[in-house]
Design a protein around this ligand. Structure first.
Ligand code: SF4
Ligand code: SF4
Length: 454
């Protein structure tokens, strides 16, 4: 079924046009809706229909699909459509080494996280969310006009590394069915220059050759090679869940830095769900903000820099350096081992966050269709929060609690299995992988048990 969909010449582009239309509608639904009151913004983010869809459903959907099925979001992403279109009429320059390093994507994500979300609150103020979406759109257009192929998807997209890293867990992969057929293939339609700018049936514009794909990170599942291959030799195939995590994958420094940031973000997102752990996790940034009298406009910036950049860097490098100096492991290999081992527990907690977010927004659905802009509803809720009907949330709460514990346990087991299969120079190096995984995982488990069960 999936392969039929990917083979179809018009279905996926039509879906991309639909998602582009929805993207424009979401911008329209958010533009002009704003507030300078921080407390009001916390309610408005859920009463504005566009904002509710983007941050509480669309974004969690991307995370869940990436972990379970791979980069299927990219298959229907409107940015791919836009940047590929402008790539056809643009200058077609070759991307330089800075773009190819992957750091642009990592820094773009850091900018969105630190400045966009934790300084400007683009996730709470619909108008700012609309501006953010317009910026994304503009970057896709401009990069399409300047660089060849679809440089935006390959080297600039701020969630490219996130989708790439999580897609290593997925149970699906796009690969050639028979490598021998490729060896004997004279036309190589899947990488032929002549096909780079076809509307459908393009050769790969992500700098990949399907016959040599070894892992899921870079293939954005656009399905173009699927259609271009004249030998019908490409397919979406099943594979073992988490298969790439058990391979000897070499991550780039940009991917490593991205993951460290992501892991800090997931820790904050889960721990800030419970008042007690929220106070603990915010203790250091709060101390800095108070003692250095940071302006209230920038307390979120300090919090994000400390929690998503400084602390994760210290945590990962502490164990990587122990591996290097005490266990004689190469530094990059040491930190890659840590990232691969931490990935399952991080992904499982990210899944949990997606579940908590989507379910906690259920009470707002009673209001969003009668007042899609959400200003009036937010005012009503601000005056009297009892108008929110939370009875369904109460009913499903025990199920979510069980799911939360099971997810964290599954993440821990999966992470330990990855360590078991990894190759270490000696047992000391292995120990310096086990200790951080245990510390990191049990922090989630203990908080979840204390918050949801006790
Ligand atoms: S066009 Fe098809 S058969 Fe030829 S090299 Fe590409 S994937 Fe292999
Ligand atoms: S190999 Fe390239 S063309 Fe094929 S699905 Fe992946 S990104 Fe698209």
């Amino acid at each position: 079924m999936i392969n039929k969909i990917f083979k179809n010449k018009s279905l996926l582009p039509v879906i991309q046009f639909v998602t582009l239309f929805v993207f424009v509608l979401l911008i329209y639904g958010a533009i002009g809706v704003t507030t300078s009151d921080k407390d009001f913004a916390i309610i408005l983010r859920n009463t504005n229909l566009a904002n509710l869809i983007v941050w509480s459903y669309w974004w969690p959907f991307i995370i869940v699909t990436a972990i379970l099925f791979g980069r299927f979001w990219c298959t229907i992403c409107p940015m791919e459509l836009i940047t590929s279109f402008f790539g056809r009429i643009g200058l077609r320059r070759k991307p330089g080494n800075i773009l190819k390093s992957g750091w642009v994507s990592t820094l773009f994500y850091a900018l969105i996280l630190v400045v966009g979300i934790h300084t400007l609150a683009i996730h709470r103020i619909p108008q700012l969310m609309a501006i953010y979406m317009l910026i994304l759109f503009s970057v896709a257009v401009i990069s399409g006009l300047i660089w060849e192929k679809r440089t935006f998807c390959t080297y600039i997209c701020p969630i490219g590394h996130l989708l790439g890293l999580y897609s290593m867990i997925s149970a699906k992969k796009l690969r050639v069915k028979d490598k021998e057929v490729c060896k004997n293939c004279k036309t190589k339609d899947c990488i032929s220059k002549a096909n780079h700018y076809n509307f459908t049936g393009r050769s790969c514009t992500s700098e990949l050759y399907p016959a040599t794909l070894e892992d899921n990170r870079k293939c954005i599942l656009c399905g173009q090679c699927h259609k271009s291959c004249t030998k019908d030799n490409i397919a979406i195939l099943k594979r073992k869940f988490g298969e790439d995590l058990f391979k000897n994958i070499k991550l780039s420094w940009a991917e490593i830095a991205f993951f460290m940031m992501l892991s800090g973000f997931v820790v904050y997102e889960i721990l800030s769900e419970w008042k007690v752990s929220k106070n603990i996790v915010k203790a250091i940034p709060n101390w800095i903000n108070e003692n250095f009298e940071v302006s209230s406009n920038f307390t979120g910036t300090v919090k994000a820099i400390v929690l998503f950049i400084v602390l994760p860097t210290i945590f990962y490098f502490l164990f990587a350096l122990l591996k290097k100096y005490l266990a004689k492991e190469d530094l990059k290999i040491a930190i890659t081992q840590l990232v691969m081992a931490m990935l399952p527990i991080t992904a499982s907690m990210h899944l949990l966050k997606a579940l908590l977010k989507t379910t906690s927004r259920i009470p707002y659905w009673n209001f969003v269709f009668s007042d899609p802009k959400g200003i009036k509803t937010a005012q009503i809720i601000m005056d009297n929060s009892d108008v929110l009907d939370k009875s369904l949330l109460g009913t499903i709460s025990p199920i979510i609690s069980i799911f939360a514990i099971l997810l964290s346990l599954a993440g821990i087991v999966f992470s330990l299995l990855v360590i078991r299969k990894q190759k270490f120079t000696n047992n000391l190096s292995k120990l310096f992988s086990i200790i951080p995984v245990i510390v990191y995982s049990f922090m989630f488990l203990i908080v979840l048990i204390a918050w949801r069960i006790l």
